[in-house]
Design a protein around this ligand. Structure first.
Ligand SMILES: NC(=O)c1ccc[n+]([C@@H]2O[C@H](COP(=O)([O-])OP(=O)(O)OC[C@H]3O[C@@H](n4cnc5c(N)ncnc54)[C@H](O)[C@@H]3O)[C@@H](O)[C@H]2O)c1
Length: 337
């Protein structure tokens, strides 16, 4: 039975991936400090270690069960806006913590690593859809800088034969499974914010900018379903483990559907799925928001045999709506917030 260490496995994407690994017969340990994740989201069959990736003792405790065949590293601070105010924390956790984690993994002879990267590494791209050959521009946020730096650290470790890795550059993760959903506090992602505005749990939605050079003037993003992301992670881990993959292999892979939805199209999708009007208004553009970010996912399809199943914005929104309605206060503890 292959074994995995999943950091950030109490979080949104990590918990869905940990669940899928278990379903596919992996043995899973989750390392999470619960700073943003939820104990209830950790699959019951996973071994759980509460602790920080930057704490050598916690990482060693997570490795106690034996050297994992693959580490899937989701744990990070994840708010782009917040990263401007708390850049030092983002550097400490996302870069310092990852560096400490990697040092310990190399020490223990861990050979395979899957990293949660982001389309933010492309900054404002020259053209869309974006493929992996697109230039990685200077970072547009401290958060983006941390993803670029972690990818560079991994490249150096791979080039010196210490490990193999896949950096998966997600576009916008969205949607829910039957019992695992998006519960960030505060929430900054568009789909849950639109749903909360409809449900009266959040104020009127602000749409930032309606004068972008896009089909309706609002920003366009590529919303990729969290279950499809989980599929790609398992495929990437399996690929790294394959005997034909030499030590030092480096894969960079975009994960998006290949189709973009504008902010107004997301609002329309929520209106269609919920049967209710979304209260919204337009606000000025936010600095750093690219007009359109859409993936060219041909490489993911070929390399990983990846075939995202949620290809329309309505199908993604439907799952997010269902989870949000069935879990009005999110995971347990939400009602106290
Ligand atoms: N959600 C997206 O659209 C998106 C897009 C691109 C990249 N990503 C990346 O994917 C990963 C997962 O994102 P998410 O949306 O699931 O975020 P999340 O906040 O739901 O999950 C992150 C998890 O990491 C844990 N964590 C944070 N700091 C930690 C630390 N120092 N030690 C141990 N655990 C720690 C949190 O408690 C949480 O459970 C992140 O690395 C994020 O940057 C997310």
């Amino acid at each position: 039975m292959p074994t995995a260490l999943v950091t950030g496995g109490a979080g949104y994407i990590g918990s869905v991936t940990a669940r899928l690994l278990l379903e596919r017969g992996w043995s899973v340990t989750v390392l999470d400090d619960l700073s943003a994740g939820h104990r209830a989201a950790v699959p019951a069959k996973a071994r759980f270690v509460e602790g920080e990736i930057g704490d050598r003792g916690a990482v060693r405790a997570a490795l106690e069960g034996g050297r994992p065949d693959c580490v899937l590293h989701f744990a990070a601070l994840t708010y782009v806006g917040h990263s401007f105010e708390r850049a030092h924390d983002y550097f400490a956790v996302n870069i310092g913590g990852t560096s400490m984690l990697l040092a310990e993994l190399v020490e223990h002879g861990v050979a395979n690593f899957v990293f949660s990267s982001s389309c933010t590494v492309y900054g404002e791209p020259d053209s869309v859809p974006i493929d992996e050959a697109a230039t990685v521009k200077p970072a547009v946020s401290p958060y983006g800088q941390t993803k670029q730096t972690c990818e560079s650290m991994l490249s150096w470790l791979a080039s010196t034969g210490k490990l193999s890795f896949a950096a998966l550059r997600y576009f916008n993760a969205a949607g829910s499974t039957d019992d695992l959903g998006e519960d960030h506090r505060p929430e900054t992602h568009l789909i849950p914010l639109v749903i909360d505005a409809v449900l009266g749990r959040a104020p009127e939605l602000k749409v930032f900018g309606n004068d972008y050079p896009t089909r309706d003037g609002t920003c366009i993003r590529d919303y990729v379903h969290v279950r499809d992301l989980a599929d790609a992670h398992v495929a990437a881990a399996e690929l790294l483990l394959a005997p034909s993959t030499p030590r030092g292999t480096r894969h960079i892979v975009n994960l998006g559907t290949g189709t973009g939805s504008s902010n107004l199209e997301v609002i329309q999708a929520v209106e269609k799925v919920s049967g209710r009007k979304v209260p919204y208004c337009f606000a000025p553009r936010r600095p750093g928001d690219a007009p359109a970010l859409v993936a060219d996912n041909a490489h993911a399809r070929k390399l990983l045999g990846w075939n995202p199943r949620y290809t329309t914005i309505e199908s993604v929104v439907e799952t997010a709506w269902k989870w949000r309605v069935e879990n009005p206060t999110g995971y347990p503890g939400g009602e106290e917030e």
